[in-house]
Design a protein around this ligand. Structure first.
Ligand code: AVJ
Length: 334
């Protein structure tokens, strides 16, 4: 199963299973407390990482196949069309750092062509990705493949794993445009943390979804079949499981709107009628029409995104895009 890269690295059922052993109460308590805190805010919110339980991952994969959802196939086409130019711009003898690697699928096409000595698959669910990274290691016997557990939404420090970055320059790979889940200031924080670990010759290969007609954007996040609606409502099921709340997902409408002032798509779940949701230790009333914010997805102009990279300390930047200029693949260098 392909797992989308989140800004805040996604949780998923496999991670829960991995954590649900004996010392398991803690992470799930923390998750419940985080959900409760978000629901109690005057503008209720649920962090997008909760969208990705097993069912959420399946629904996200279905989204990626929709006609309306252009990012996945546009990125794939840009990678394929410009593979040689991208690979040609990478340092030799690199270590490939796959941020939110999941099943490592997007890296394979690069590893087959680039001069890579080492592969670090970074993900929150290390037990799950270990098998995928092992499989990658069998496919590329010349590359030393390692799985690393990290939730880089909480800060990224791979100094131990990377070793001497002057001798083996890292190529940080963050595809999928999941950087768009972070507000710009937090995005700069993560990009700056990456920059702090590139060394003199390392670089960052990252995708961002670009500004375009709001109608196209809203349609991409509110498809005709209602797959994105199901994906969004599913988060209430996750909430019921993790927090023990009594949401009725069918009592909320999916809504996606482009907020031009902030340059972001907002996904909402809108209460159809007045209702009260209860969970152990708390409750929240919703008026009809009141919304829970479940995701921001920022869209940038090429200049805006280059500005973020510059602010984070990258002084050189190249971009590849599609014929419509809908999606950008950026290579940022110190
Ligand atoms: C996985 C964060 C890149 O923002 O486009 C897709 C998630 N949400 N449809 C995105 C998503 C609704 C996706 N990212």
């Amino acid at each position: 199963m392909t797992i989308p890269r989140q800004g805040p690295l996604q949780d998923r059922a496999k991670a829960d299973i991995a954590q649900s052993g004996h010392a398991a109460a803690r992470p799930s308590d923390r998750r419940a407390a985080e959900l409760a805190a978000g629901l109690r805010r005057s503008r209720a919110m649920i962090d997008p990482k909760f969208l990705y339980d097993t069912q959420g991952c399946v629904l996200f994969n279905a989204i990626c196949e929709l006609d309306e959802y252009y990012p996945t196939r546009t990125e794939r086409a840009i990678f394929e069309t410009h593979r040689d130019a991208i690979v040609g711009a990478l340092p030799a003898g690199a270590q490939w750092v796959d941020l939110g690697c999941g099943d490592c699928a997007k890296s394979r096409g690069f590893l087959a062509h680039a001069d890579v000595r080492r592969y670090l698959g970074v993900d929150i669910a290390v037990d799950w990705i270990r098998a995928e990274v092992d499989r990658l290691g069998r496919q590329f016997p010349g590359i030393d493949c390692v799985a690393v557990a990290a939730d880089f939404a909480q800060g990224l420090d791979l100094s131990d794993e990377l070793g001497d970055v002057a001798r083996m320059p890292p190529v940080f790979f963050y595809p999928g445009s999941s950087i768009g889940n972070f507000p710009p200031e937090r995005a700069v924080g993560l990009l700056g943390a990456i920059r702090g670990q590139t060394g003199p010759a390392g670089c960052l290969l990252i995708s961002a979804d670009l500004r375009k007609d709001p109608g196209v954007l809203e349609h991409a996040y509110a498809d005709d079949l209602g797959v994105t609606a199901a994906f969004n409502r599913n988060v209430l099921r996750v909430c019921n499981q993790v927090l023990g709340s009594d949401f009725h997902p069918e009592c909320f409408d999916h809504e996606a709107c482009f907020d031009a002032a902030h340059g972001r798509i907002e996904m909402h779940l809108v209460a159809r009628a007045p209702q009260r949701v209860r969970w152990p230790g708390g409750e929240r009333a919703f008026q009809a029409g009141e919304a829970i914010v479940t995701e921001y997805s920022y869209k940038y102009t090429p200049a805006q995104f280059e500005g973020l990279l510059a602010e984070a300390g990258f002084s050189r930047c190249r971009m590849w895009t599609d014929a419509r200029g809908w999606f950008g693949v950026f290579l940022a260098q110190p």
